[in-house]
Ligand binder design. Structure first.
Ligand SMILES: [Ca+2]
Ligand SMILES: [Ca+2]
Ligand SMILES: [Ca+2]
Ligand SMILES: [Ca+2]
Length: 354
């Protein structure tokens, strides 16, 4: 006769872990345990205790105590993982995959919450890691608007804002007033701008606001209600976009942009610019304190960078995303930075910083 002791409930703060010898969490668990954390990298091995090295699945469930706060949940898995909080799925990575990290952010009330994680391993390596921590919302930063100008009296349009630190719930503000905002990802959001917003010539200040905890308002970018810009203020780049790879002819569109930080993927800059075979020139006067600066340029495809008219990075060729650096000592004051870039095909990346 054999006798097995099976856990059906665990002490407060621990997960009940149920292991199955199939990838669908079906039937009776092969074994169960109480575990305080989910942090497994089994490599080509497995959990033991009668569980296979491949084709197994695990369910972890626990009631855990949280503070009233914003929490970031992080799951890393090979292969599939999905996470529920109080019965709502917050992470869904249920597929065969190499170790991949997923994140979700939720605001929680103080007290007990139900956390459930399901995981399966199909073959080869096996990783299942899950954790959370209190976090705050980032302060967003804007790099570009698209479009960045419109004729007075025109129709309403969708404004695409590029930058960093965007979250679900970020709010695009037009002269300080919220506009209907759609979250795309942490580097892009869009907003519906009404015809009434561009009825009269002038300049609108566009910002993005993230709520507390943390959060706050981004830098402002100017949206021009009038003719396309032909120059930009110190600290900004005048961007000219061309529908060819030689910066030839008249730009398809121009804009004032605060930074050069674009990963267009298989897409493109929009505004009449194609996804392939386009080029961009950014030129701007920027204020520096005296010191040594490393200029970093990442591009797919070609890029070249001038500082005060001297070519400091020259990588004008088709390439996968590649980073180049050049270090120069600068005097205090204004210096002219010019960047030229082209995209031939497939993915498109243009990022310059110092
Ligand atoms: Ca695997
Ligand atoms: Ca395996
Ligand atoms: Ca490319
Ligand atoms: Ca492309």
């Amino acid at each position: 006769l054999s006798f097995s002791i099976t856990s059906t409930a665990c002490p407060a703060g621990q997960f009940l872990a149920e292991y199955f010898n199939n990838i669908t969490l079906s039937g009776s668990p092969v074994f169960t345990a109480c575990q305080s954390a989910i942090n497994n990298n089994w490599g080509s091995g497995g959990p033991g205790n009668g569980v296979n090295n491949d084709n197994f699945s695990v369910r972890w469930s626990a009631v855990r105590s949280f503070n009233a706060a914003l929490y970031s949940f992080t799951a890393t898995a090979d292969d599939g993982i999905r996470v529920w909080l109080d019965g709502s799925m917050i992470i869904d990575g249920w597929k065969d995959q190499a170790p991949t990290t997923y994140q979700a952010t939720r605001t929680l009330s103080a007290g007990d919450h139900l956390v459930k994680v399901e995981y399966y391993e199909k073959g080869y390596g096996a990783v299942a890691q899950f954790s959370w921590q209190e976090t705050t919302n980032p302060v967003p930063a804007l790099s570009a608007l698209s479009p960045s100008y419109a004729a007075p009296g025109g129709n309403g349009f969708t404004l695409t804002v590029t930058g960093s630190g965007f979250i679900a719930g970020s709010e695009v503000r037009w002269n300080g007033s919220a506009r209907p905002t759609t979250f795309v990802d942490s580097t892009q959001i869009t907003a519906a701008i009404a015809a009434a917003d561009i009825a009269a010539a002038g300049t609108a200040q566009v910002t993005v606001y993230n709520a507390a905890p943390g959060g706050g308002s981004s830098n402002a970018l100017s949206f021009i209600i009038g003719s396309p810009p032909t120059s930009c203020s110190t600290g900004q780049f005048f961007a000219e976009y061309f529908n060819n790879i030689t910066l030839g002819g008249t730009p398809v569109f121009t804009a004032c942009q605060a930074s050069i930080n674009f990963n267009w993927g298989a897409g493109g800059p929009g505004n009449g610019v194609g996804n392939d075979n386009f080029s961009v020139r950014w030129s701007g006067t920027h204020s520096f304190t005296a010191g040594s600066y490393t200029f970093s340029a990442t591009a797919d495809d070609g890029i070249r960078v001038w500082l005060d008219g001297s070519l400091i990075i020259d990588q004008w060729k088709d390439q996968a995303p590649t980073t180049y650096q050049a270090t120069r000592t600068l005097s205090a004051g204004d210096h002219l930075v010019k960047v030229e870039y082209y995209e031939r095909g497939y993915g498109a990346v243009a990022q310059v910083s110092w």
